[in-house]
Ligand binder design. Structure first.
Ligand code: COA
Length: 168
């Protein structure tokens, strides 16, 4: 891997570390490959999926179905960006595309969004996309020896269709 790519990855890593699960923060190419392989295996089985957001050949971030359960119609979305990608609406627009795919193409019934309650940018995405707050999981997030609360948001298929003026 080129040296420049290593430093970009390191910068993205520290940027996301407080806000994502520890299993998503990798230190080596092998560990990163294992994470991608985990998503690839899951997607083959119609489960979790991950998508990169690229700008002129540079990976700026990604969006993913953290979970995807077609049998029950439930899924959870997540995201990350490297600092250069923040503030451009990349995640809001990408997540809206995944929501449309989930609700229209796959007829999913419920999409969930979870984040630390103090993750203001992530909370803003949920609110911008009109997800409903379902409450707070108290003290269930651990980072750097401290415990934090998790906010849970969701949007249901009938709500999304009505809010977006779609029929099916
Ligand atoms: C969470 C995270 C991805 C949010 O990034 P973000 O850039 O705020 O989100 P978006 O890409 O949707 O961009 C929204 C911003 O772009 C602006 N914007 C510009 N064009 C826009 C458009 N067409 N549509 C929506 N927003 C647009 C918005 O006004 C907003 O900026 P503001 O908050 O300064 O007003 C980012 O902070 C991050 O990577 N954090 C660390 C990892 C993390 O927290 N992951 C989520 C775990 S739950």
């Amino acid at each position: 891997m080129p040296k420049n790519s290593q430093s970009i990855l390191a910068r993205a890593r520290e940027h996301i570390r407080p806000w994502v699960g520890p299993g998503f923060v990798t230190e080596t190419v092998e560990a990163a490959r294992a994470t991608l392989q985990r998503y690839a295996s899951a997607s083959v089985n119609d489960g979790a999926r991950i998508y990169g957001i690229w700008d002129a050949g540079v990976l700026l971030g990604g969006v993913m179905f953290v979970s995807f359960d077609a049998a029950w119609g439930n899924c959870e979305l997540g995201c990350w960006l490297e600092p250069a990608g923040v503030g451009r609406g990349l995640i809001t627009r990408s997540i809206e595309l995944l929501m449309a795919w989930a609700f229209i193409e796959r007829k999913m019934e419920r999409i969930e969004w979870r984040c630390r309650t103090d993750n203001e940018r992530s909370v803003a995405i949920a609110q911008r996309l009109l997800l409903r707050s379902e409450g707070v999981l108290r003290s269930n997030w651990v980072f750097d020896g401290q415990r934090y609360d998790t906010a849970v948001f969701s949007i249901l298929r009938p709500e999304w269709l009505e809010l977006r003026g779609r029929e099916n």
